[in-house]
Design a protein around this ligand. Sequence first.
Ligand code: FAD
Length: 496
Amino acid sequence: APTSFDYDLVIIGAGVGGHGAALHAVEKGMEEVLIRSMQGLKTAIIEGDVIGGTCVNRGCVPSKALLAVSGRMRELQNDHHLKALGLQVSAAGYDRQGVADHANNLASKIRNNLTNSLKSLGVDILTGVGTILGPQKVKYGQVGFSDNVVTAKDIIIATGSVPFVPKGIEVDGKTVITSDHALKLEFVPEWIAIVGSGYIGLEFSDVYTALGSEVTFIEALDQLMPGFDPEIGKLAQRVLIHPRKIDFHTGVFASKITPAKDGKPVTIEMIDAKTKEPKDTLEVDAALIATGRAPFTKGLGLENINVVTQRGFVPVDERMQVIDGDGKMVPHLYCIGDANGKMMLAHAASAQGISVVEQVSGKDHVLNHLSIPAACFTHPEISMVGLTEPQARDKAEKEGFEISIAKASFKANTKALAENEGEGLAKLIYRPDNGEILGVHIFGLHAADLIHEASNAIALGTRIQDIKFAVHAHPTLSEILDELFKSAKRRSAVEG
Ligand code: FAD
């Protein structure tokens, strides 16, 4: 390994994870410059495509632009809701290209912001595909150009993920699509099958149904929305699925999907997920494959440093340090974000990046993933932090403690009622013996914003007795959390 380095830190991949790490590395340097007259970390980021990765270009950002449109459309289409507020609006319509442009423009704007922040804070952007050559050594290059080699004291892999497409499904990018294509909104099919009812599938069902499509979900597990707390999932299903033009098949795999061709529709063959017996065949206008994401490590050169992926993911310990094929930690090599599979969310990727920068700057830091919130931006939204009820029951049984559950309805909240949005539930799972918060789940208006009070509480180790005198402005949706914590305190044995 080299003894002097071109960079203190080289990051491979300029998605949200890599970007977050790079900014923290240079900003951290600035902090130290002010406090101790030290120089910042000399940092470079290698990117083979455009800055911003999945989140900015093919994920969070354009999808939330489309969901902003579907939210407004839904309001305009809901006569019952408008009448309740005393409003009269004539028929709602949309311009498909205008909607697509909104998503695309937002992505460009955020991409430019990210690029400018990297440049202005002095991060070197090295263009090309990065390959690890050996310890602390990376090459990068573009097709047709010779490679450059750089050395770094520490390296972070932040290469992200791509859509996962199961065997037997032929994606043509037109009628059989992944989220990459759907975000371009090149057409709005009359009838679209969405394979997978996780948060990506659900969000697209919100968009498509608001724009006039009928949706059919195909889900391999026995219930829709398998990743959510079951009680919240059931309520969300009642509100988000049943009243809309959505039907579903559960317990089945889409074993073969053929794109539309020569006037023939998209055909979907399904088999029973357990017995593998053939089930129905569907003929639809389009199919969106939302069956999860696969880590992306192609061309990364993991074989050069004896790192063997596990189900495609780069194995890491709790400090994001890469583990090699012999189970040993690889010095000075970290992996963050979707590529390590710990929690495939944008803010988790950047939080992991920041945590790694803390460590390479000489401070021990372990990120508490149980305090990281997750959200699904349907209308209304779903959010969560910590354990679901079955996970909490499992842990309680293993470790020998009791759990209790407090609930608060949006129907009892003045702000929600003023908005005529009383459909929703917040749920807190806690330990009545010591007041520890184990999980919070919210379904209802602005649930994605409301969850942070709970995630901060978990991150800071706050217990319900510590926040019983916290004051919330009236009338706000946040009073739902106030109600949740107070009701938990009333029903627990803890003093304070
Ligand atoms: P990425 O963002 O995937 O970035 C990886 C980067 O590395 C890419 O730019 C890639 O080109 C580059 N790269 C890869 N290999 C190399 C190499 N060898 N050399 C150089 N460069 C390389 N998350 C949320 O938190 N909230 C949401 O609302 C949300 N919505 C989503 C909606 C959709 C439709 C999708 C698909 C995802 C969504 N996500 C959301 C997930 C989120 O986008 C990811 O968790 C996040 O982008 C992961 O960040 P990352 O930095 O690990 O990887």
